[in-house]
Design a protein around this ligand. Sequence first.
Ligand SMILES: [Zn+2]
Length: 89
Amino acid sequence: MHDTRALCPACKNIVEFERRGSFNCCPICGSQYPLAKWGDTPLKPAKERGAFADFLIFIVKFFAVLGAIVIVGIAVLFAGCMFILNSHH
Ligand SMILES: [Zn+2]
C-alpha cells in the first residue's frame, strides 16, 4: 500500500508512508503515526472535551462570583433596611 504520500514530521522528508495496521510507517526513519493524523477520521475529541471543561469551569466561577455578589448585596440591603427602620424609631 503506497497511497499516503506526506511530510514525515520526524525526518522532514516527503515519503510514501506504509500502512501497518492502524499506523503509517515512514520508510526512511521508521517512525509510526496513527492513521487518524492524515486520515479522514474525526479529530481531537480530547481538545473539544478540554474546551468544554474550560467552559464549565468558567460557568462555575461565574456563578460563584455572582452568588457571592448576591449574598453581599442582600446582606447590605438587609443591613440598610434595619438601619432605616431603627432610625425611624
Ligand atoms: Zn520519517
